[in-house]
Design a protein around this ligand. Structure first.
Ligand SMILES: [Zn+2]
Length: 50
């Protein structure tokens, strides 16, 4: 079954996570590059057709 997937990348620490489009954005988590317990800043890095 073909499903669109999206690769997200944190613009602060560079962490990548690939998720199916219907799942929405990854969990905010905790970004090691930010002060305190701040979440990752997810931006769309790549999109996969299947
Ligand atoms: Zn991060």
């Amino acid at each position: 079954m073909a499903a669109n997937r999206i690769e997200y990348m944190c613009s602060h620490c560079g962490k990548k996570e690939t998720r199916y489009a219907i799942q929405g954005r990854p969990n905010p988590g905790k970004c090691p590059r930010k002060e305190g317990n701040k979440p990752h800043t997810w931006v769309v890095n790549r999109k996969f057709e299947k």
